[in-house]
Write a new protein. Structure first.
Length: 103
């Protein structure tokens, strides 16, 4: 299991801004190790965020996304004290889900 995501969510008026730092190696499948063998691809394929059971962000990623990617998005309808949940699934079937309280 990978390290937890670092999530910050701030409500400002009717808009909530969410910043996420994802901990993942994100191998493209094109790099070679010291012995010359290709390192297998290992990357996040889908990432999504939910608030009160409703999906507020959904994205499909590929091997071109950097190691430990940073992502930011905004949505309307949240209040301070509520939770946001961020989930991802990678190409090996590994999953991660973390949550944060909106400030």
């Amino acid at each position: 299991m990978s390290d937890p995501m670092r999530i910050r969510a701030q409500a400002q008026g009717d808009k909530t801004t969410v910043r996420v730092l994802v901990s993942h190696e994100m191998e493209s499948g094109q790099r070679k190790d010291v012995s010359g063998k290709t390192v297998p691809a290992w990357f996040i394929q889908t990432i999504s965020a939910t608030h009160n059971g409703k999906t507020v962000m959904n994205a499909q990623w590929g091997p071109a996304v950097s190691k430990n990617p940073f992502m930011q998005f905004s949505f309307k309808g949240a209040k301070a004290g509520e939770k946001i949940i961020v989930n991802w699934v990678d190409n090996k079937g590994e999953k991660r889900s973390d949550e944060a309280v909106i400030s």
